[in-house]
Structure formats: C-alpha cells, structure tokens
Write a new protein. Structure first.
Length: 526
C-alpha cells in the first residue's frame, strides 16, 4: 500500500482543557463528597439532581470571562433549532428549577447539588474546561441570617474534612459596598463596573501590578493574548486598590488614640471600618456613607458578622474582607470566599498556597429572569477538584481503602466454569475478585496480577483437583488450591539473594483444600 493510501487514524489525545481521572482520585473524591453531604444534610439541606444541559437562554450570560465568541459556554442546536448549552455552574440551573417548581416547594427552599460543569474558556495550569462543583443554596429568604448560615456551613465543612481552625478562613464582602465605592470614584457605566469587578477579582492571581493594567489600558498575558482594560485613570485605580486594603475591626480592638478616620455602620453591632486616607475628606464618600449603597452593604455585613459570632464562629473562621470580589455578574449582595491558609510544597519542592477553594453569594435577581418577580437567594459553591487536590497535598484527602481484586488464574481453558465458581465463592463473602479473562500463559497472567496490584493469586491446576488415586474429584475437601501472597512475596524477595533460594523456600504461598479457600484468603488479606 502506498503512503498516499495509508488509512487515516486519529491521534490518541485528551481534548484541550480536559483530563482523565484515575481510580484513586475518584475514590478519594467520593469519600470527600460523602463528608460534605453529611454536613449539608445536618443543616437541613435536601439533595436535587439536574441535567447537564439547559436551554441557553435559561442559563443567561453571566460568566466572568467573555472574551470568546460563544461567551464561554459549549452550545449546540437541537432538531427544533433551539440553542442548548452545557451548564457552566449549578446556580443558574437552580434558578430555572425553582421558577418552574416553586408552587410545590417550601419557602424558603434549601437544597444542595453536585456535578460537572463546563466552561469554554482558555485553559491553563490547573484550570480545566470541565470541573466538579458542590453547591448549597437557600432560595426565598432575604434575611442576612441565610447568608450567615451558608458561611457557617462552609466553615463546618472545612473542619469536617480535617482542616483545623486557623488553616482556613471564610471571607465576606458585599456587592453594595463595591457598587457604592465605584460610584464614589466616578464609575457609573454598568459595563465598565463589571469590567472593574472582574479585574479586581484577579488580584490574587495577578497581583496589584497586573490588576492595575486591567483597570487601565489593558494587559497582555504570557501567551500574548491581550485583554482590554477598564480605562480608569491613575487616581481612580489608586482609590480602588487602596480601599481593598481597608481594615475591619471589632470596636473593642481599637486602641485609644489610634489615628485615622473610622466609621461604625450601626450602634447595634461592633463592626468598625478604618478609612484609607484618600476617603477621609471625600465629601462624596461621606454622602454615600450617610445612606447610600455602600452604607447598606456595611450594615448587612455587620449583621452577618453578628450572627456568626453569636453562633460561635469567631473572626479567625469567618471575617469581613473587602478584597473579596467574585467575578460573576449575577451577585447582588454579600459575596463569600473560602480560602485555605496552609502552605505546602509541590512535586518540585516549590512553596504552594492554595487560596480559594469555594465561594458564593446572594443573587436576588436570578429567579426573576423567569418569573418577573424578585426572589431572594443565596448560596455557596465548593470547587471539588481544587479542594481535593489541596487536601491531598497536605495529607488530609479522604480515602477509601479499596483493595485490588484477588486474581483467579486460568490454568486450563477447558475448566473456566471451575474458575468462575472460585471467583463467586470469594465475591459471595465480600471479597473483590476476578478471573483472568485474557488468553495469555501463566507467566503473563502473573505479570497482569502485578500490574493490577493484586494482593493474592489463586492457582488451581490439573493436579489440585485429583484425589489420592489420581482421579478427578468434585469433593471440595479433597480438591486443592494454591494461594500466592504477592505482597508478602515482594517483601521477602527483597531479602533473598538468589532465584534458587526463593524457589526452594516457596515463600509466601500456601496450598489448602478448596473448601477452606475463603477462610485462608480472609486471613491472608487481614
């Protein structure tokens, strides 16, 4: 066959921005999800499950990155020429579910969901186009108590997963504070406000220098791609970044005579804000503080902080922090972020700090897209893969001790029924087992068992099924099996100097009556 007539074969490669997941991570993730579920259930939240695909108009266009032609979602048309999309988070589908079923649901409605979400965004290190989220939401309550509760539940979840106090923090901000701040510095265009928030949300990744570029003329990343900036001037950028460093105090923590300007949003709560110098004599700032959005946001933050404090969650677990932004457009009130504070080292020995592993906030307008009526809602979402990776690096990952299967070898292809019976005897006693179903010889079967990590191998040849007279017997007390302990054999082999010594001692294997096989397997596994 000529080169021109060679058959075309696809290249074996995983799609860009996606990944294959191995058995250990799957089992570990399942165990972690079970812990999260247990905490959420203890708070009274109920599970629901939703499809991966929604009508595109139901999802809306709320993604933080919209520099792609299809606005960051994977979409296609059905036979009716209606556009469908893979869900990009679990919140927008919940809003659709509630709008469609609210007459049958309790108010407020508390639910949790877990599953894969998909974003057609530019992939990068640790950033995939398919990832798993675990969400909990309360729909139907406008009380700051609902926001406080999801933050407390997130804190309890971290500790249930083995992350102690002091190694994580739930940080809270408020969209009204951010909106009021932008009004103060002269940003009134809604599209520009959204660009500013998305730029500020990248502060942890890009630092002040990178955010300054995004707030100004724009930024070119390492790949050469250019992101247009928000077009702010130096004074506006300086004011925004300065406010992000604003300090929050408990009133009792203020030292007598400490300089600077302070604001106490409410006499009922002891939250105190120390203003940056740029705002101390800003008349417009004082106007907004007197009753505008910024003041309303501070007051709600003080209420949330009061609720969590009264419930036993001190500021080392849940705290107000103006650096929390959250890039999604649909947030309307408090926004939250859970950050892991512990540091570790990656495989190359470089220090790693994990940062955010989850977040959320209030989205009072999302259901109204369907019903025309504002419905208050708030929720928290955990990035499952990111959290699992962090827990694994610090030795806190949940595990499921799943032993590799016992392998029953096939010594005689005409006796496969006998080998299936041995496998079933093991399975009936709760032991993972499989019969070798390939066509290889015994040596390659043993290599297969090694690759599988099998703890034991069961061997039954023609001699083992004969009685003392050399006749084939069906009596399980007379028939024999040889059980080979591969784990122990590996350990012992490391101390043996010659192949002859190992073979002569016949280490790590035993021959027993077939009737006693299960008992011996259990003992050897133990």
């Amino acid at each position: 066959m000529s080169k021109d007539n060679k058959p075309s074969r696809p290249k074996a490669r995983v799609a860009k921005g996606f990944r294959d997941i191995d058995a250990d991570e799957i089992r570990g993730t399942r165990a972690m999800l079970a812990t999260i579920q247990r905490v959420y259930e203890s708070y009274g939240f109920e599970p629901i499950e939703q499809p991966f695909i929604e009508y595109t108009d139901a999802l809306g266009k709320f993604l933080p990155d919209q520099d792609r032609p299809n606005a960051g979602v994977f979409s296609f048309q059905d036979e009716d020429e209606q556009w469908l999309s893979l869900r990009y988070d679990l919140t927008a589908p919940l809003a659709r579910f509630y709008a469609e079923n609210n007459q049958q649901l309790p108010m407020p409605f508390r639910s949790y969901r877990q599953g894969w979400v998909f974003r057609n965004e530019k992939p990068g290190p640790g950033r995939f186009r398919q990832f798993m989220q675990f969400d909990a939401d309360t729909v139907g309550s406008s009380s700051p108590a609902a926001d406080a509760e999801v933050c407390m539940m997130a804190a309890d979840t971290m500790e249930a997963l083995g992350i102690p106090k002091g190694q994580y923090v739930l940080r809270i901000n408020h969209r009204k504070v951010l909106d009021g701040l932008m009004d103060v510095v002269g940003i009134s265009d809604q599209s520009q406000k959204l660009t500013v928030m998305r730029a500020l949300d990248k502060r942890d990744k890009l630092g002040d220098s990178g955010v300054t570029l995004l707030l100004g003329t724009g930024r070119k990343d390492e790949s050469g791609d250019f992101t247009k900036g928000a077009g702010l001037n130096e004074e506006q950028i300086d004011a925004l970044l300065s406010f992000l460093g604003t300090k929050i105090f408990q009133k009792r923590d203020l030292k007598p005579g400490e300089g600077g300007s302070y604001i106490q949003p409410s006499q009922e709560h002891d939250l105190v804000v120390k203003l940056p110098s740029q705002f101390e004599h800003n008349g417009k700032f004082a106007f907004w503080m007197a009753g505008g959005k910024l003041f309303e946001g501070l007051l709600e933050l003080a209420q949330i902080q009061s609720f969590v404090k009264q419930s036993g969650f001190d500021s080392d677990r849940i705290t107000v922090d103006f650096t929390v932004i959250r890039g999604l457009e649909y947030y309307t009130g408090p926004v939250f972020e859970c950050e892991l504070l512990m540091e570790t080292k990656d495989e190359k020995g470089n220090p790693v700090r994990f940062g955010s592993v989850g977040g959320g906030g209030r989205y009072d307008d999302l259901v109204a897209r369907f019903t025309g009526q504002q419905t208050p809602a708030t929720g928290f979402s955990i990035g499952v893969s990111r959290l699992y990776s962090a827990l694994k690096l610090v030795g806190k990952a949940a595990t499921q001790d799943t032993l590799a299967p016992v392998i029953v070898t096939v010594m005689d292809k005409d006796r496969q029924g006998d080998y299936w019976r041995l496998v079933q005897m093991l399975r009936n006693e709760g032991i993972r087992a499989e019969m070798y179903i390939g066509t290889s010889n015994f040596g390659k079967q043993m290599k297969y068992a090694d690759k599988r990590g099998a703890p034991l191998v069961i061997i039954q040849g023609g001699d083992e099924i004969k009685d003392a007279n050399g006749e084939v017997t069906l009596d399980p007390n007379v028939r024999k099996v040889t059980i080979k302990d591969l784990r122990l054999g590996s350990e012992l082999a490391s101390t043996i100097e010659s192949r002859e010594e190992y073979a002569s001692q016949r280490l790590a294997q035993v021959t027993v009556p077939e009737a006693d096989m299960v008992a011996h397997v259990k003992k050897m596994l133990g």
